[in-house]
Design a binder for this molecule. Structure first.
Ligand SMILES: [Zn+2]
Length: 67
């Protein structure tokens, strides 16, 4: 389905699972049904790293508080 250029007006991203275009910020991919299809690998990686850093900081703070 590439005969429609109109969809360029809408912000779409490729689904990280099935690679079909989905609207930015949709909860589920309309093609394959995966959750948060617009959440790409890069963003997921940033979230993962952020989580690790936060956990590391909490551990560090607890160590400091122990003395
Ligand atoms: Zn999909």
């Amino acid at each position: 389905m590439r005969n429609e250029k109109l969809k360029e007006q809408q912000k779409t991203v490729p689904c990280h699972y099935c690679k079909q275009e989905v609207e930015m910020g949709v909860k589920r991919c309309p093609h394959c049904g995966t959750h948060n299809p617009s959440m790409n690998v890069k963003r997921a990686m940033i979230w993962t790293i952020s989580g690790i850093v936060v956990l590391y900081l909490i551990g560090f703070i607890l160590e400091v508080m122990k003395g």
